[in-house]
Write a protein that binds this ligand. Structure first.
Ligand code: PPE
Length: 314
């Protein structure tokens, strides 16, 4: 259950948590017309810092553009600042930040272009997504019987509410069968991603991840791991991954804002490697967590420390 904070940002102003309500005929509620982000603020030794904030805001604006929500009313720099402000105003040191942009109350019908656009940014305290043991022990997962959204149905590059109906089918099925998460295959049968995470595979010392053409969200943590892997001297390949590689991989792990870098212990009850967190997973995970904690130098410039200015890369 979310622990309420004091304020939520709405169309440029702070409103009370309890006043952040929408009408039951809000367009997004009926037709999924909503784009959003999930961003973490970490309590680093340099103070609270938001992780890859400009990149998240940029992805949000790209999601909005794909769905012709062309004028959100604010520049990306203004939203970067608003995310910082809403965190500070609520006195949070570490939290999850959720900007959401959606078609509001107006007409009811598939046609949406005349409905007003509402922009909210909420934040709240949040712990480890897949459980605190998951980062060390790894999680047990299955391959979903549901296929990931196909490229010519719903665009996977856009982080929009409607895509998460597919994610919910994947996650509900996995959970009901006793697994922590499900891995979906794309429409051609290659490995795509988890319901809310990208996936990486290690085999013979090489790191693999499915390319963007396999219906994956262009994850920001995925991008961190790609950069870290190269920086640490690993060979990394973005290529289609056949399902059966999941069963014979040396290591597997999920990445995501929420999941961070979470090892996968088994797939369909077949142990991955020797069933624990593999050495390459551990290496990348500790480098990632050290940057987020502030104990390692922020050598890629991923942290926006609160109280400082920064802008969205062109
Ligand atoms: N794929 C999907 C489908 C996805 O939802 C996420 C984020 C990722 C990959 C990883 O992307 P990134 O966070 O940029 O590294 N999933 C969010 C959790 C979903 C939820 O609301 O629950 C998240 O990690 O914030």
């Amino acid at each position: 259950m979310i622990k309420p904070t004091e304020k939520i940002w709405h169309n440029g102003e702070f409103i009370d948590w309890d006043d952040a309500k929408v009408h039951v005929l809000t367009h997004a509620l009926h037709y999924g017309t909503s784009v959003f982000e999930g961003i973490r603020c970490y309590d680093t030794c340099r103070g609270p810092a938001i992780f890859r904030l400009p990149e998240h805001v940029r992805r949000m604006y790209e999601s909005a553009k794909i769905y012709r929500m062309l004028d959100p009313g604010f520049s990306q720099d203004e939203i970067v600042q608003a995310c910082k402000d809403v965190t500070s105003v609520n006195g949070l040191k570490s939290c999850y930040i959720r900007p959401v942009l959606f078609r509001g109350f107006g007409d009811v019908g598939v046609r949406s272009l005349d409905n007003p656009i509402e922009f909210y940014i909420a934040c709240w305290e949040w712990g480890r997504y897949l459980g605190s043991e998951a980062l060390e022990q790894g999680v047990n997962v299955c391959v979903s019987s549901w296929t990931r959204i196909a490229p010519n149905t719903l665009p996977a590059i856009a982080k929009v509410a409607a895509n998460y109906m597919n994610s919910q089918l994947i996650l509900m099925e996995a959970n009901l069968h006793g697994y922590t998460e499900g891995i979906a295959l794309d429409a051609s049968g290659y490995v795509s991603e988890g319901s809310g995470e990208n996936i990486f595979l290690v085999r013979d010392g090489i790191i693999y991840t499915p390319p963007l053409g396999t219906s994956v969200l262009p994850g920001i943590t995925r991008d961190c791991v790609v950069r870290l892997a190269v920086d640490l001297g690993y060979e990394l390949k973005e290529q289609a991954i056949p399902r059966e590689w999941l069963y014979i991989a040396d290591e597997l792990f999920f990445t995501g804002t929420a999941a961070e870098v979470t090892p996968i212990r088994s797939v369909d009850q077949i142990e991955v490697g020797n069933g624990g967190r593999g050495p390459i997973t551990h290496h990348i995970q500790s480098e990632f967590l050290a940057i987020t904690e502030g104990s390692a130098e922020d050598r890629f410039g991923w942290l926006s420390v609160l109280g400082t200015r920064n802008s969205v890369a062109a």
